[in-house]
Ligand binder design. Structure first.
Ligand code: GLY
Length: 567
């Protein structure tokens, strides 16, 4: 891999427009929640109606998603939470990302010949990092919530006991993971029926999950990370071939980090710092675009520049980024105007730059899963949460009696420099495995404020999360509403493979021809990706609008439209 910074060219940049003043906001009329599942949105609404704030509602949505969308996230996984506290306007990023167990080693997923063994990093006990979500929920409740956990977890506890209906997304993802899941009797008992994917509409009960939530409600994080449940998890993981210890769980801590901030075209964007790679990549891409009058360009020309920005941002992701508690990434440099000017100098206005070709890069990204939800409450508290167990149904392992799947987040490390992970993403030393380290993530919960509106957004989608959030920001800056932003067709480039992947409808035939003429390899297909959830607050009217991605089952509830439920 070539290790050099692209030439840094100092350039005079046009001054940024100022964001519109934050004052002069009408009182909010209502709250808005957009999540990937109707049960979860309803759980959040129920907690708001009980007097909870956005952060209490987030606990309800998160715990319910962990139950009814087990393919995407849950207590066995982790996540990032971006908060803005009404009143003082304080913004904070809660890093509840999983950590590698202390017994993890750099080469733990290599065989005797030094080849990466994908089955071990994505399936079963070794793939599981130490969960962060339970500690994240406890932290959110204690520091930012208004209600006790007992109340914010109540809807999820009730639903786990009474049962929920298996949906089309649960089934589609399970079809893909059924055989691996069948290796774990407790996972098969929870999610399969006679070894098969349950029929849509099947009632799914999970009293074990309810008991774990009750324990969390009664004892806080200690109920998960210490005592009987912790002992059970360690025994269960290790009997299945894992390397967890009670110390791994007892010493897990969430970290509050300073969000990353970007100014662009009169907007203020607040987004995710490392160990998310999203904020740095967004800053790089937006700063590259800043040097062009791109809103006036035709779609093909604008997309060419955007693809070139994506290509360069993902290259830097692979080279430099990792857990900031372990590696000193050159974030200031990567997000600087001077660096962006250097990147622009390397972009030909009408020709694609071929990505550096690395030998052995032939893995196709697997289908990712993760989930995102966005909430604004009537006081103006805002929260964007992206949470995950990594691939659908995580590592497909349930420790008996716990009711939740564990994650396979260890695959988000670079298991070997230059060998792509399940998303086809490359990594290097900065994201190598080390004991207690957090794997680099693409999850990018984000806020954008300006021109009289504030939006809360994010999406699942593995390596594509960052480009989806980027496209979402561009839609919002073009004045689109929440639903149109969530629905807009997507395209993506991640440096390697050197391909522009496009959803049907992202480009016209003429635009594809124009991009190909510039040297881009464009693959357009019927395949879709992501599950974006957007809540948009209009400052002048105080109304809130929620938009849920129509690609899956998301439900947003807000007040800006007569039809308050969007699909
Ligand atoms: N597990 C997906 C991510 O964190 O990017």
């Amino acid at each position: 891999m070539i290790r050099f910074l692209l030439p840094v060219v100092l350039a005079l940049l046009s001054p940024l427009a100022l964001a519109d003043a934050p004052a002069r906001k009408a009182p909010l009329h209502d709250a808005g929640i957009a999540s990937a599942n109707a049960y979860a949105t309803d759980a959040g609404m129920e907690v708001l109606a009980k007097g909870g704030n956005a952060f209490d509602a987030a606990i309800a949505v998160s715990a319910t998603l962990g139950l009814v969308e087990p393919e995407s996230s849950g207590l066995g996984g982790g996540g990032f939470m971006l908060l803005r506290v009404a009143g003082d306007g304080r913004e904070v990023f809660i890093d509840a990302r999983e950590r590698a167990p202390y017994a993890a080693t750099r080469d733990m997923f290599l065989d005797a010949e030094g080849n990466a063994v994908r089955d071990r990093s994505v399936n079963g006990a070794l793939a599981a990092a130490i969960p962060g979500l339970p500690a994240g929920l406890d932290h959110l409740a204690k520091k930012y919530g208004r209600l006790p956990l007992r109340e914010s977890l109540a809807p999820a506890i009730r639903l786990a006991n009474e049962g929920w209906r298996f949906g089309p997304k649960n089934a589609a993802m399970l079809g893909w993971r059924r055989e691996v899941l069948a290796r774990s009797p407790a996972a098969a008992g929870l999610f399969l029926r006679d070894g098969q994917v349950p029929a849509e509409g099947t009632l799914m009960r999970n009293p074990d999950y309810a008991r774990v939530l009750e324990r969390l409600a009664a004892q806080g994080a200690d109920g998960f990370y210490r005592g009987e449940l912790a002992g059970r998890l360690v025994r269960g993981v290790n009997e299945a071939g894992g390397i967890w210890s009670e110390r791994d769980l007892a010493e897990y801590r969430v970290v509050e980090r300073e969000p990353l901030r970007i100014s662009h075209r009169g907007y203020e964007i607040t987004t995710s710092p490392a160990p998310s790679s999203g904020g740095v990549a967004l800053a790089t891409m937006l700063k590259v675009l800043e040097g062009y009058d791109y809103p006036r360009l035709d779609k093909a020309q604008r997309s060419h520049l955007l693809v070139e920005a994506m290509r360069r941002a993902y290259r830097d992701r692979a080279l430099y980024l990792g857990d900031p508690d372990f590696v000193q990434a050159p974030v200031d440099m990567l997000t600087s105007d001077a660096y962006a000017a250097g990147l622009r100098a390397s972009i030909h206005p009408a020709k694609a730059t071929p990505s550096e070709l690395l030998p052995g890069i032939d893995a196709q990204p697997l289908r990712p899963d993760t989930t995102h939800f966005s909430i604004v409450d009537a006081e103006g508290n805002m929260i964007a949460v992206t949470q995950t167990v990594n691939l659908p149904y995580g590592n497909a392992l349930v420790v008996p009696g716990t009711g939740f799947l564990l994650n396979n987040e260890m695959d988000d490390f670079s298991v070997k420099p230059g060998v792509p992970n399940a998303f086809g993403l490359l990594g290097d030393d900065a994201n190598a495995i080390a004991p207690g380290k957090r794997p680099l993530s693409s999850m990018t919960p984000t806020f954008i404020s300006g021109h009289g509106r504030t939006a809360v957004l994010g999406t699942p989608g593995g390596s594509r999360i960052i480009t989806m959030v980027m496209l979402g920001l561009l839609e919002l800056m073009d004045g689109q509403g929440a639903q149109a932003t969530a629905a807009a067709p997507r395209f993506h480039h991640q440096y390697l493979p050197d391909v522009v992947q496009a959803e049907a409808g992202a480009f016209t035939d003429e635009e594809i021809e124009a991009l190909r003429a510039m040297g881009h390899v464009v693959e357009s297909s019927e395949r879709t990706w992501g599950n974006m959830q957007v809540v948009l607050w209009h400052h002048d009217s105080g109304k809130v609008e929620a938009g849920a991605d129509p690609r899956w089952e998301g439900v947003g509830k807000g007040s800006a439209s007569e039809a308050s439920v969007y699909r």
